[in-house]
Design a protein around this ligand. Structure first.
Ligand code: PLP
Length: 366
């Protein structure tokens, strides 16, 4: 196996699932595994979430859903986002639950389902204020009448999405009120769901029939007791002592001050470490953080270490915590983005090793 890999702690995932269940008052979870489970590996994470008893999974593209089906996952899989009418056939063939935001997509799906002699289960997406996808909430009654005329469709659920349940209370409350109006128009007998991570944590009263956590499953949300699930580990390919005044890496952005021991780790920005982190990131070894020095290359980084060491040494390039320069949340902060972004950029070419109780239970090596 490549000496740079992602280790995924399934016990931390289980901890996060139970914390979220508790915060959401025990309603079922729809585990969001889009973008390769935020970089963690959608098949293995999806299987584990099913094992932990989630209602279903959610993905962003038909291809992501098909990938889960081909791996033998039979749980309900919700396809998020706006369905393009041209994908009606594929979505049914993959056995996914599409989200409807337009009558064009509804009609295309109705036709595709009837051509197969089937009814397609759908969830209706409502725009309660975000302005992105979904039928306008004001049209709830009109959309009901239109969808009831399409015999190839069976509405299984209704949902909407918070735009800013982290910071904007007034906006969030108006979204909840608009979702209530949709629920009043359609009535009982459907699965209603609204809350993402920020919604679960800040508006537990809006848990409805299910919640849709994504980033919190992976623990990448500080301050509430969640545990980051992934560590990025690497063994050095060489460790050498450079003389004073020696430049390191592309552009010579770092120059040794004295005799310095430098370890070269075989992973770089093509594996998802932001190139912007040069001279700012640190990596951990036996409890101590050491600076990444010089440019982050596509496939390698260089680290200043205290002395010589075995090539079997394992460095933590991503620590499973919220450290300001060695965690995914720290990387996000240092590069002016949210933790979601460094997570989803964890490259497919990194092998992924899954542990339960400290023991390897699965491995994926692309
Ligand atoms: C991505 C996504 C989620 C999960 O959001 P988090 O902030 O990661 O919890 C939930 N619902 C929808 C519609 C999404 O697109």
């Amino acid at each position: 196996m490549r000496p740079a890999w992602l280790e995924v702690n399934l016990d931390a995932l289980a901890h996060n699932v139970s914390l979220l269940r508790e915060r959401a008052g025990g309603v079922p979870l729809i585990g969001v595994v889009k973008a390769n489970a935020y970089g963690h590996g959608s098949v293995e994470i999806g299987r584990e979430l099913v094992r932990l008893g989630v209602w279903g999974l959610a993905v962003a593209t038909v291809g992501e859903g098909r990938h889960l089906r081909e791996a033998g996952i039979t749980a309900p899989v919700l396809l998020l986002g706006g369905l393009h009418p041209s994908q009606a056939g594929e979505v049914l063939a993959a056995g996914l639950i599409p989200s409807l935001s337009t009558l064009e997509a509804a009609r295309a799906l109705d036709q595709a389902a009837r051509a197969l002699g089937r009814r397609a289960v759908v969830h209706v997406k409502w725009d309660t204020g975000m302005g992105r996808v979904g039928f306008p909430w004001e049209d709830a009654a009109r959309v009901k009448a239109a969808l009831e005329g399409l015999e190839g469709l069976e509405v299984g659920g209704h949902y909407s999405h918070f735009a800013d349940a982290e910071e904007n209370d007034a906006w969030t409350r108006s979204q909840i009120a608009h979702f209530e109006a949709v629920r009043a128009a359609w009535g009982a007998g459907y699965l209603y769901h609204l809350a993402n991570t920020a919604g679960i944590l800040n508006y537990p009263e809006a848990a409805y029939g299910a919640v849709r956590p994504g980033i919190s499953l992976y623990g990448l949300w500080p301050g509430v007791g969640l545990k980051p699930v992934a560590r990025l580990l690497a063994r050095p390919t060489l460790v050498k002592c450079l003389p004073p005044g020696h430049p390191i890496g592309y552009g010579g952005l770092y120059t040794t001050q004295g005799h310095e021991w430098i370890a070269t780790l075989p992973m770089g920005y093509a594996d998802g470490m932001p190139r912007l982190l040069y001279n700012r990131a640190t990596v951990r070894l036996e409890g101590h953080n050491h600076p990444v020095v010089g440019r982050i290359s596509m496939d390698q980084i260089t680290v200043r270490v205290p002395g010589p060491m075995s090539l079997e040494t394992v460095f933590e390039v991503v620590t499973p915590d919220f450290h300001p320069s060695s965690s995914l949340c720290g990387w996000a902060e240092l590069t002016g983005t949210v933790s979601y972004e460094p997570a989803v950029r964890l490259a497919a070419r990194l092998p992924r090793v899954y542990l339960r109780g400290g023991v390897e239970v699965a491995r994926a090596d692309a």
